[in-house]
Design a protein around this ligand. Structure first.
Ligand code: G3H
Ligand code: 13P
Ligand code: ZN
Length: 332
């Protein structure tokens, strides 16, 4: 595939975004996408709320959407934002890159930021691999996210049965040896819609499952050791109960779905956490609306009639998160 720089496409890397987020005590939302409706919802939601954002693509999403088409989708998003006379800027980011070759391929095809997730390797191998990606990315002014500590759940193709919290005593060494621009940490979040087992949770007065709190003590210890360094929170969906309820009352079966409470995310966004990753909540928003249309209008078969409401709901969710949870609205 022909090489292209993200600068030609009109994208930005995450450096300036994170600097402003750190100073302003908010976090940049990183929304995953796989298809046109998700992309439209993210772009329109962030333009309407005037929020900078990170458009995030996993290796699975890249395969699904087609890597060549993806570049043009990003170019289309830039053009859409320009046509709306909006000042909003965004980065195109590889989520959970697992090899040097994948990161290189994304950098060569117009990504402005990549994650190299070496968290499942030994510490030494994580340092070596991350450093290799940073050295390549530097020549193209592409920013790199590394990870220390393992989240419970599924990390793309890497399965992590149990979480291992980030060890604060490793972060200084990791950041200085690798030269990464941001660091994903493990403090109790996890991927997917079933983040905690019911036995790990308590129940509030209405019987709703309340998960164990995030380990803010670990985050604070990390902040002390690398002051002002951008931290990333993966697995940060709240698994919005309203969507789970709509899904389950329209034929779905999402048992024991529980996510990270929004007040904890608000607290994280005010700290050194500069990037918050959200995928599952977007999936739930779309699925809720699609199930509702299918259940209420079984004769419907025009994709616009179910993808349209799904896109609208995702956009609404994004605007609300940017305004009420991340604090990124009106920061464009
Ligand atoms: O952390 C993983 C993201 O939610 C992407 O998931 O690999 O199913 O695209 P995916
Ligand atoms: P959620 O599954 O909580 O949305 O996390 C997404 C994520 O971390 C993508 O990298
Ligand atoms: Zn993740």
């Amino acid at each position: 595939m022909e090489k292209v720089s993200y600068k030609e496409i009109g994208l930005v890397n995450t450096r300036e975004m994170f600097k402003k987020a750190m100073e302003g005590q908010y976090a940049i939302p990183a929304y995953n996408f796989n298809n046109m409706e998700q992309l439209q919802a993210i772009v329109m939601g962030c333009v309407e709320s005037r929020s900078p954002f990170i458009l995030q693509v996993s290796s699975g999403a890249r395969k699904y959407a087609n890597q060549t088409l993806l570049r043009f989708l990003a170019m289309g998003a830039v053009a859409m934002i320009k046509d709306a006379n909006s000042p909003v800027k965004f980065a195109l980011h590889l989520d959970h890159g697992d090899t040097f070759e994948l990161c290189k391929s994304c950098i060569d095809s117009g990504f402005s930021s990549v994650m190299i997730d070496g968290s499942h390797h030994s510490y030494e191998e994580n340092v070596r691999l991350t450093k290799q990606v940073v050295e390549y990315a530097r020549d193209y002014d592409v920013t790199v996210e590394g990870e220390l500590g393992v989240l419970a759940g599924i990390e793309d193709e890497v399965s992590a049965e149990k979480s291992t919290y980030t060890k604060p005593e490793e972060v200084e060494d990791f950041v200085s040896k690798t030269g990464v621009d941001s660091l994903a940490i493990s403090i109790g979040t996890s991927h997917g819609a079933m983040k905690f087992k019911p036995e790990q949770c308590t129940r509030d007065e209405r019987g709703v499952l309340v998960p164990p709190p995030l380990r803010f003590d670990i985050l604070e210890e990390i902040e002390k050791r690398i002051p002002g360094f951008p931290i990333v929170l993966h697995g940060a969906s709240s698994v919005i109960p309203e969507y789970v309820q709509i899904i389950n009352s329209n034929g779905g079966k999402l048992k024991d779905a529980v996510g990270i409470p929004e007040d904890q995310l608000r607290r994280a966004a005010r700290s050194a956490v500069c990037k918050v990753n959200i995928d599952s909540d977007g999936r739930l928003a779309m699925t809720a609306m699609i199930r509702k249309v299918f259940n209420e209008s079984p004769a419907e078969f025009d994709p616009r009639k179910y993808l349209g409401p799904a896109r609208e709901e995702l956009k609404k969710m994004i605007i609300r998160k940017n305004k009420e949870v991340l604090g990124s609205a009106d920061r464009a």
